[in-house]
Design a protein around this ligand. Structure first.
Ligand code: NAP
Ligand code: GLV
Length: 302
């Protein structure tokens, strides 16, 4: 039995120390396994395309929350995929989402634009109670964001594939009805074949005039050009932490659009020590015959 770590070496060094303390009986290899057939567990952002050298691989742990970087159809069927669930990811996502929602609710893009022109001009403040937040994706991150937004008084709704029930949140599965009542749309969906390009012309057209977008999921959920067209057609502003393409090229017009704030995919960054603890807990669960926390449903894609 062995673990192979295939991500950044600095992060790997933290994992190596944590594994030496917590699972000293389990050989831990950084970057290369002397005997690939002994590897049961792999930690990676993207695993090798050909896994045939690892016939006994049981689990691949993603170093990030998303697993869309894996080609799930190409992985051997017996290999489980585990997403990263260290608690700092949700804490940082909450910070980013609250910052973005308040910035768009309080017209920060317009005030930044006015500031660049040296223009002192007040806009009317809207009450939070009259502003309807809608979160696409009611997983661990969508739920954490909705909880954190509760004290501000926004009307809150969420959209998911299966019916959910969350206190104080209008949980919806009807996308049309959800979009029609959403003034600030937050995307926190995983990237799957169903959600690729979901932020498209048709979706933006179904939002009320003057709505805003906060995109925190994956860049490929945004159809190229659709946001620019929506902004011209009545979408008020957008905060993009993820873009399509990503990285956003330096000459892309969205960088210079005063209605748009772009951050370079930094909403959440996995803490190495807490990430190692999550992987160690997953390996312990697997060795005890239980599912590792964060084991995804490969058929669903998340
Ligand atoms: P999660 O716990 O797996 O939750 C996913 C949610 O999306 C679930 O509520 C699920 O519905 C819903 N969903 C999936 N496919 C859907 C579809 N076709 N239609 C409607 N709802 C659908 O995921 P999470 O941990 O909250 O993370 C969400 C995503 O955030 C990650 O996959 C990653 O891409 C992104 N992320 C971004 C950053 C960043 O730095 N920007 C950092 C971390 C994560 P059900 O409840 O019905 O299953
Ligand atoms: C970041 O985007 C992650 O998936 O952790």
């Amino acid at each position: 039995m062995a673990v192979l770590f295939l991500s950044e070496p600095a992060r790997g060094a933290v994992f190596e120390r944590a594994f030496a303390d917590a699972l000293p009986d389990l050989p831990f290899h950084l970057g290369h396994a002397p005997d690939p057939a002994a590897v049961d567990y792999m930690v990676a952002w993207t695993p090798p395309a050909d896994l045939s050298a690892y016939p006994n691989l049981r689990l691949i742990f993603s170093v990030g929350a998303g697993v869309d970087q894996f080609d799930l159809t190409a992985l051997p069927p017996q290999v489980g995929v585990v997403r990263m669930l260290e608690p700092g990811i949700a804490r940082q996502m909450v910070q980013m989402a609250v910052m973005a929602v308040l910035a768009l609710h309080r017209d920060l893009p317009a005030y930044l634009d006015q500031a660049r022109q040296g223009r002192w001009q007040a806009r009317a403040n809207r009450p939070a109670e009259a502003t309807r937040i809608g979160v696409m994706g009611l997983g661990q991150l969508g739920q954490a964001v909705l909880d954190a937004l509760a004290p501000f008084g926004f009307a809150r709704a969420g959209w998911s594939r299966s019916p959910r029930s969350l206190p104080g949140v209008d949980c919806m599965t009807d996308l049309d009805a959800f979009l029609a009542r959403t003034d600030i749309l937050i995307c926190l969906l995983p990237l799957t074949e169903q959600t690729r390009g979901i932020l498209n012309d048709d979706l933006f057209a179904r939002l009320p005039d003057g709505a805003h977008l906060v995109h925190l999921g994956r860049g490929a959920q945004l159809e190229p050009g659709a946001l620019e067209r929506a902004l011209d057609a009545g979408l008020a502003s957008a905060w993009l932490d993820v873009t399509n393409p990503e990285p956003l090229p330096a000459d892309h017009p969205l960088w210079r659009d005063p209605r748009v704030i772009v951050t370079p995919h930094v909403a959440s960054q996995t803490d190495a020590a807490d990430g190692a603890a999550h992987v160690i807990a997953g390996i312990r669960a697997d060795r005890a015959g239980r599912d590792a926390p964060g084991l995804i449903d490969r058929g669903r894609g998340y």
